[in-house]
Design a protein around this ligand. Structure first.
Ligand code: AMP
Length: 574
């Protein structure tokens, strides 16, 4: 669903600023539909599942109605469980980060009373709680419900199912007559509707239309991955089947920036698109993507809108979308014009429920796959090198190297040795070291049966295009430890040292760096200091006053056609 920008929903500036910090680019449908009537003071009934962005849908109008100069409870949020109360309170804090003087506190059973009493006494304006414990506080007089302006019932159906009806009745009955209630429920049943009739004031029904959508030519899979292992898993999947073009979808601008940076640092030809990218830049990125100079596009939903490219063979949901319709749009970018396409989603913990909602929406099963091991990736890479080699041997045309080859043979090297050395070099330049992946399971997570393997024939994977970047997957610290070759000598006075994330392994030579520093970074002739090349990085000394200029001016530059990261060298212990 196309939703208007957050700035058009009537939210105050301090909340818009927080949304910007969080990097939410566009309201989810439930947010776009709930926020305006809630801000206008209407009661609402939102029928919406977890993962739809409903927390912000009620937390934003709740925060908007709080007067931070008054130190008594003004908003009450009722949740079925302690865990949800804590989560909701965290989201309230994130969205209220620019509201000076805001105090929000969770209140739930099974935790010591004194801290909750203190928070309530200290003047919390927003209280998030479970019904039982809140009623306790109400009865003790530690929670004052008399000046509540807005009450929110999160997962009303679940609270009623859990037997909290009496507590909810008592709490709501204690609210002032002039108040607003926002009801949220995943389902509608008689219990919920009776309850709403009793306490609601003609609430506006907000329901997200759920059309079934099918995308039959796309093979859909998911991997269970923790946030911090996402880039590693992404790299392994990419290395197992190098795509020609792929899109990686993230939910926020920040996530796009971080993912792109990680991919570029690992040597992939990746670039990004999101709402803060200028139109001119956007066109440049898209042109390079169409031409294949950029192989991986990292984007938010908004930025990828209108993208019309047939050759995309894989789409990643690096972050699972909040709106199932976005999922369908995202994966519809691949499998076009009768081609084979693959959609891969990263899911962790409770996100599995969001995935299930997507399955219900698309009426298709998304099968779980196992993360490829480092050994499998290595084996696959060796196969790809072998395939590329075979292809090259068929095309021939090696006469120009005859002299070099003869020389090596004369020196006593056998053809097998020469071929072996070349393969080793190839492997080194495209080599990587996998990182360990955190795979420990959350105890309460629902397990899913593995689904039968899809029947779709997968086309032969393509070997990486020639000149593909060498990848350094090892974190920098590791390079220092392992190599023990950190020493590039003392820095001369007036100079400072820069780090470049490509080295000998990627075929970089000192003249490449010299050329780039003078041409692209604009350093005056003769100003460059020592250049030291390492297998996977290099260090360059430049005049102190020109270092920032060099970093800035080369931000889009390439070395031997490869993107790289340049930064102040922070030494081995950075
Ligand atoms: P919820 O349904 O409230 O549990 O939200 C699910 C997830 O989506 C949470 O991690 C939110 O932080 C995130 N989220 C909520 N609204 C947006 C938005 N407009 N854009 C991106 N992410 C969002």
């Amino acid at each position: 669903m196309d939703t208007p920008p957050f700035s058009e929903l009537g939210l105050p500036d301090d909340l818009l600023a927080a949304i910007e910090i969080l990097g939410y680019e566009r309201p989810s449908p439930i947010q776009a539909l709930s926020i305006p009537p809630a801000l206008a003071g209407k009661d609402i009934l939102g029928l919406s599942a977890t993962g739809s962005g409903k927390t912000a849908a009620f937390a934003l109008p709740a925060l908007a109605c709080i007067d931070v100069n008054q130190r008594y409870p003004q908003v009450l949020i009722l949740c079925p469980t302690r865990e949800l109360a804590v989560q909701v309170c965290e989201e309230v804090h994130r969205l209220g980060v620019k509201k000076k003087g805001l105090q929000a506190t969770p209140v739930y059973g099974g935790a010591p009373m004194d801290r909750q009493l203190r928070a309530l006494r200290d003047g919390a304006q927003l209280v998030v709680g479970t019904p039982g414990r809140l009623l306790d506080h109400l009865k003790r007089g530690s929670f004052d419900a008399s000046r509540i302006r807005m009450a929110i019932l999160d997962e009303a159906d679940r609270m009623l199912d859990m037997g909290f009806k009496e507590e909810m009745d008592e709490i709501l009955a204690a609210l002032p007559k002039e108040r607003q209630i926002l009801f949220f429920s995943a389902t509608m049943n008689r219990g919920v509707s009776t309850f709403i009739k009793k306490f609601g004031n003609n609430p506006e029904l907000i329901e997200i239309e759920q059309k079934a959508m099918t995308v039959s030519t796309v093979e859909q899979a998911y991997y269970e991955v923790r946030q911090r292992s996402k880039v590693e898993v992404l790299s392994r999947i990419l290395d197992m089947n190098p795509p020609r073009l792929g899109i990686i979808f993230c939910n926020t601008k920040r996530s796009v920036d971080e993912c792109t940076e990680d991919l570029v640092n690992r040597g992939y030809a990746a670039d990004r698109l999101h709402g803060d990218i200028t139109q001119q830049m956007r066109e440049r990125v898209l042109k390079r993507f169409r031409e294949g100079a950029v192989e991986l596009l990292v984007a938010t939903d908004v930025a990828a809108r209108g993208l019309d490219i047939d050759e995309i063979d894989i789409v990643f949901n690096y972050d699972l979308p909040t709106d199932p319709e976005d999922y369908v749009h995202r994966i519809g970018r691949t499998g076009r014009a009768g081609r084979f396409g693959r959609a891969v989603s990263f899911v962790f913990g409770k996100e599995i429920y969001r995935l299930q909602a997507i399955e219900r929406y698309t009426r298709q099963v998304i099968k779980r796959e196992k993360i490829p091991s480092v050994e499998q990736v290595e084996g696959r890479r060796a196969d790809l090198i072998f395939e590329t080699l075979k292809e090259r041997l068929e095309t021939g045309g090696f006469d120009t190297y005859q002299e070099n080859i003869d020389r090596l043979l004369e020196q006593g090297h056998t053809p097998t040795d020469i071929a072996g050395a070349l393969i080793t070099m190839l492997r080194e330049t495209s080599g990587r070291e996998g990182e360990a992946i955190q795979e420990d399971r959350e105890p309460d997570r629902p397990s899913r049966d593995d689904f039968k393997k899809g029947k779709g024939e997968r086309p032969e994977p393509r070997p990486r295009p020639e000149g593909r970047e060498g990848r350094d997957y090892a974190p920098r610290e590791k390079t220092y430890e392992r190599g023990g070759m950190r020493d590039a000598g003392a820095i001369e006075g007036g100079m400072t040292r820069l780090f470049i994330s490509l080295g000998k392994g990627a075929g970089i030579m000192p003249k490449d760096i010299v050329g780039m520093m003078y041409r692209e970074a604009g350093l005056p002739d003769g100003s460059l200091g020592r250049i030291t090349l390492f297998p996977k990085h290099c260090l360059v000394d430049v005049p102190e006053g020109l270092a920032d200029q060099a970093i800035q001016k080369t931000s889009n530059a390439k070395l031997r056609g490869k993107a790289f990261r340049m930064d102040h060298d922070r030494g081995p212990n950075q």
